[in-house]
Design a protein around this ligand. Structure first.
Ligand code: FAD
Length: 491
């Protein structure tokens, strides 16, 4: 059987590309190495509860907003989305003081200005920037000339430079940056585009998904299959066949059998892509080395907690807690920042079934166990996880009193776990670190040196559900043309 397009990896990016291309009549085959599709959207079930491994909430899902338009296209708006509290979807706690993030740019600026009255004009300026970014997200779909791409200049600007010049109160600067465990706050590197686009989408509206992120992956799979496409799990691409500068087939699970296609898309981390392209002559060593040497964002330590029944009230907002100020210059070496997130309860109860705690964790902390197998890493690793979980629980208890006593059981994961499930370099949560000073090197385009191989996913443009969804369009436009795609999208 020969396919039109083989897609390597069934993360959000791979599945969305499969959905778009199959909708346009292409015969697609999505190959996923693990037994579950979804990548960072994977969920697991223990003791009757569903736990998310990565995904927790999305922004811009209200009618007409950017993710809403994308998710309508992908048929994802019928999932059981739950709107978070508009008057406080995120709570940032710094130095013992609590700050609420409210929905709507004007309401947001008003609420922050009540606490920081002398920053009113600065807040308005920041909101104008966010509006420009949000309103122009879809312009980035338009032709490739860089002057047409509204956000390009914001990619080349530093988020920290802009924010610290615009917001002159250091505490407000921290507060506005305080929901940013969903990106890596890197003062020298983080592009303003990434910071602004993500913050804007959540300030517009914020939603959780009752029942876990896996439903997104499952719905996309159903869409692909009903369009005649194929999604195979347990199919790790381990080799490729190249003829005259083009790929003709891939091999799976170390075997010799070849699966042929005219074009290929890799949703795997670009460094992991280099591994299965080993021996491919179109990929020069210099390119391979550059891709494999690109730094990645931090990984996360996660504590997924099952609560005793009726002990902790469900909180329809997230808490981002920080022990110290100056968020742009923190090392993540110890447990000083924590995201506390409550998945919506299965029954529409006032009480939470589960709580998730997330904190950044350095790869160096777990690197000595690299190469060991999940559940067989040894006592030292288990001790490390126990210590780290105790630190997270201690910090969480300060914000959710009674939490420790309410824990029934908990499950932990480290960047090593993420690496083993998704093959993301160093278990990085958000993929390749984009560097506003070095865009040429850190912003990969879908094109590769192999003429019929394209990349997709969070490592290219913008990470997160919104960014990956947008990038899927970029990637597919290489195969079916942007005009055709835009017409379909706008219709
Ligand atoms: C802890 C955490 C929390 C997050 N929270 C949020 C959030 O609340 N909101 C939000 O918007 N975003 C969040 N994100 C980010 C978001 O989940 C990701 O940006 C997005 O899901 C990445 O999708 P992807 O398709 O690029 O990659 P991935 O999800 O990494 O998928 C890549 C897939 O490729 C497969 N693969 C790799 N190599 C091969 C191979 N050789 N053969 C076959 N298959 C292969 C992998 O197994 C994997 O399934 C979070 C991420 C993490 C890690």
């Amino acid at each position: 059987m020969k396919y039109d397009v083989i897609i390597v990896g069934a993360g959000l990016g791979g599945l969305e590309c499969g959905y778009i291309l199959s909708r346009h009549g292409r015969k697609v085959c999505v190959l996923e190495r693990t037994s579950q599709i979804g990548g960072c959207l994977q969920t697991f079930r223990r003791m009757g509860c569903t736990f998310d491994t990565g995904f927790h909430y999305v922004g811009a899902l209200d009618e007409g907003q950017n993710l809403n338009r994308l998710f309508k296209y992908f048929g994802l708006m019928d999932l059981p989305w739950k709107r978070m509290d508009a008057d406080g979807f995120d709570e940032v706690v710094i130095g013992g003081e609590r700050f609420m993030f409210v929905n709507g740019r004007e309401a947001f600026a008003d609420s922050m200005a009540r606490r920081f009255p002398d920053q009113r004009r600065n807040l308005d300026e920041y909101m104008t920037l966010l509006k420009g970014l949000g309103d122009n997200l879809f312009n980035s779909f338009l032709p490739r000339r860089s002057e047409d791409f509204y956000g390009m200049s914001m990619f080349a600007n530093s988020a920290y430079d802009y924010m610290s010049r615009t917001i002159t109160d250091p505490l407000l600067l921290d507060v506005l940056s305080g929901t940013s465990l969903k990106m890596e706050l890197h003062a020298e590197k983080l592009p303003l585009y990434v910071f602004g686009q993500i913050n804007n989408s959540f300030i517009e509206s914020a939603y959780r998904l009752r029942g876990g992120g896996m439903q997104i992956a499952a719905a996309l799979r159903r869409g692909i299959e009903s369009n005649g496409g194929v999604v195979m799990t347990g199919a790790e691409v381990t080799g490729a066949v190249e003829t005259d500068g083009r790929l003709t087939a891939v091999r799976i699970n170390g075997g010799e059998e070849q699966i042929e296609a005219d074009s290929f898309i890799s949703n795997a981390h670009p460094a992991a892509t280099m591994a299965w392209l080993d021996g491919c002559k179109s990929i020069r060593n210099i390119y391979r080395k550059r891709i494999c040497a690109l730094p990645n964002t931090f990984g996360m330590f996660t504590v997924n907690i099952k609560l005793k029944p009726n002990t902790i009230k469900y909180l329809n907002r997230n808490i981002y807690a920080y022990r110290h100020a100056d968020l742009w210059h923190q090392s993540h070496a110890s447990t000083d920042s924590l995201l506390i997130s409550f998945p919506p309860p299965a029954a529409d109860s006032d009480y939470a079934d589960t709580v998730d705690l997330l904190t950044p964790m350095a790869w160096d902390d777990v690197a000595e166990w690299f190469g060991t197998k999940i559940a067989h890493r040894g006592g030292g690793y288990e001790d490390l996880k126990e210590r780290k979980a105790a630190e997270c629980l201690e910090m969480a208890e300060e914000h959710v009193p009674g939490l420790r006593a309410a824990v029934d059981r908990y499950f932990t994961s480290t960047p090593l776990t993420y690496h083993d499930y998704t093959l993301t370099q160093n278990g990085s949560s958000y993929g390749i670190q984009k560097d506003c000073n070095n865009l040429m090197y850190t912003m990969l385009t879908p094109k590769t040196p192999v003429s019929n191989l394209y990349l997709t996913g969070q490592n290219l443009n913008l990470h997160g559900i919104l960014g990956v969804s947008m990038t899927s369009f970029f990637t597919c436009s290489e195969l079916i043309g942007m005009n055709t795609l835009l017409k379909d999208f706008n219709d």
